[in-house]
Design a protein around this ligand. Structure first.
Ligand SMILES: [Zn+2]
Length: 271
């Protein structure tokens, strides 16, 4: 069954919209990921995980989960000095996401679920969904950062880090193995202005703390080659375990979204 929205004709979409449905919107980035990974890693991982989720959810049941075209251009300020890192401003990203989500809701989609692959998107996504939700209270809007799902820390051989490391490299070895050059992988942990003790798994997710480094004090991360963490421990085997764990959680979320829609009329209004 086709799960890519872009491959459907409009009468097919009209039929799907007559029943309960969920559209997954992958969000990524066009950003350097070290000398061993392509610049599309964040988009690639989010898209792959969303597609695997839609396939697993949709098989054997009439309710459709579709995957929308991925948002590739987002805010990438941290690495903008690297060739191939192409971004838009935070304001533009918030407006872009608002417009896309508004359009889905206006088009008749019951639920929009943003599957995010780029940590800097966390705040724009949350802001955009909050804004659209206040405008259109009937809209079902959801978002998750994939690396926060699946209890992944136990699957990693290296201490968790931030960027182009074991986790992203391993997923990329499953999703786009021909684009990975493990001979150029290396390990380096950046020094941060607050220790890992205060960092959240979501980094920008406002758990224990949020921090933006002084660029004067921390002008570069590590060797300046673009990896933050250990990419050498990555493997396809670990990648498949990560994919299974994350997709398992994403499918559970989609099931709860659909279930909540079926019982929505019984839920009292929030005060
Ligand atoms: Zn990334």
């Amino acid at each position: 069954m086709e799960i890519r929205l872009a491959n459907l004709k409009w009468p097919e979409i009209a039929e799907i919209l007559k029943g309960p449905n969920v559209v997954l919107l992958p969000t990524g980035a066009t950003e350097q990921h070290g000398p061993h990974l392509p610049i599309n890693v964040d988009s690639c991982c989010a898209t792959y995980l969303a597609e695997q989720t839609a396939l697993r959810f949709t098989s054997g049941q009439p309710i459709r989960a579709l995957v929308a075209p991925t948002v590739h251009y987002t805010e990438v300020d941290t690495f903008k000095r690297f060739p191939g890192t192409i971004g838009i401003s935070l304001d533009t990203e918030i407006r872009l996401l608002q417009d896309i989500v508004r359009s889905f809701v206006g088009n008749g989609f019951n639920n929009v679920f943003v599957v995010n692959g780029h940590s800097s998107n966390t705040i724009p996504i949350n802001t955009a969904l909050r804004q659209v939700s206040s405008e259109i209270p009937d809209a079902g809007l959801y978002a998750a950062n994939w690396w926060s799902l699946g209890n992944l820390r136990g699957l990693l051989k290296s201490p968790p880090s931030l960027h182009a490391e074991e986790m992203e490299t391993s997923v990329c070895l499953v999703a786009e193995p021909e684009l990975v050059d493990m001979s150029k992988a290396y390990a380096e942990y950046p020094s941060l202005s607050l220790s890992g003790r205060w960092a959240t798994p979501d980094f920008y997710g406002m758990g224990k703390s949020v921090f933006y480094h002084s660029r004067k004090k921390y002008p570069e991360f590590g060797k300046g080659m673009g990896i933050m963490g250990d990419a050498t421990t990555a493997s396809r085997e670990t990648g498949q375990k990560i994919v299974d764990a994350v997709v398992g959680d994403l499918v559970e979320i989609v099931k709860e979204i659909v279930k909540s829609e079926k019982t929505a009329e019984h839920v009292p209004d929030r005060p």
